[in-house]
Design a protein around this ligand. Structure first.
Ligand code: CDP
Ligand code: CDP
Length: 220
């Protein structure tokens, strides 16, 4: 039995990572960390500074001046840049969605976030949470390869594109997956030993129940 549980969830775009993690964090009193929102917030900041996705050297030069903080709201951790939270509408909007995978492929951008993301376990402990549920693309492979539970959410690309369409959000799901899976540093991958869950024909509640069972087993 473990007193603090670390759960890693990875998967492609619109595979259900955030909604599943949010529901589980409520049920088990875990801190929920959506690392995609961190890459999105950095992307919004770089775009705000007038940087384009092909200006790799300029992006690298800008990174040291981007100062990161964390604000805990309910059971969610949110990343502050220069003491400010980027609005949700901005980080989920079309400009950021189109640029984020390009910036996320720059190794220095990933390095800038690595220690920060690992430090979120201490944020969760210091706020009295019973565990941390972190979701992204490289959580079970790179950030927390020794997490208590490592999960990978799958769903057919057509089902995922349909989910985004139903949300009314412009998103080239297949193209983003292609970029995320083919980059050299920390690609989207089913980490060895991670549990693969196919949610193409499962609704949110069914996925949550399945993972809740695995968490309950670990908690003992
Ligand atoms: O929620 P959605 O599936 O649309 O994507 P997200 O989780 O918000 O992530 C946005 C983008 O950030 C991804 O397409 C990746 O390019 C990048 N990302 C990453 O590289 N590594 C992570 N751990 C999380 C996100
Ligand atoms: O975080 P990620 O991009 O992986 O996915 P999400 O934002 O949690 O889910 C994308 C959309 O799919 C949301 O509207 C969810 O309600 C929906 N969804 C679903 O229809 N079936 C599931 N099993 C999981 C999510």
């Amino acid at each position: 039995m473990s007193s603090f549980l670390l759960v890693a969830i990875d998967g492609g775009a619109a595979s259900g990572k955030s909604s599943t993690s949010r529901a589980l964090s409520e049920r088990f009193n875990f801190l929920h960390v959506d690392t995609g929102s961190y890459y999105r917030a950095i992307t919004a900041e770089l775009l705000r500074r007038g940087l384009r996705v092909d200006q790799v050297d300029e992006v690298k030069a800008a990174l040291p001046s981007i100062t990161l903080g964390t604000r805990v709201e309910g059971r969610a951790a949110r990343m502050e840049i220069g003491g400010r939270l980027a609005p949700e509408a901005e980080i989920r909007g079309p400009e950021v969605t189109a640029a984020v995978s390009h910036f996320a492929a720059i190794p220095e951008v990933r390095t800038a976030l690595l220690t920060y993301q690992r430090g979120q376990a201490d944020v969760a402990r210091s706020h009295g949470f019973r565990g941390l549920i972190m979701e992204g693309r490289d959580i079970g492979s790179i950030i927390f390869p020794n997490a208590d539970l490592r999960l990978f959410l799958h769903a057919d690309v057509e089902a995922r594109a349909k989910r985004r369409e139903l949300e009314g959000r412009a998103d080239a799901v297949a193209e983003r997956d292609r970029m995320d899976a083919s980059r050299k540093t920390a690609p989207l991958v089913l980490a060895s030993g991670a549990i693969d869950i196919d949610s193409t024909y499962l609704n949110l509640e069914q996925v949550v129940e399945k993972i809740a069972g695995l968490i309950t087993e670990k908690i003992g």
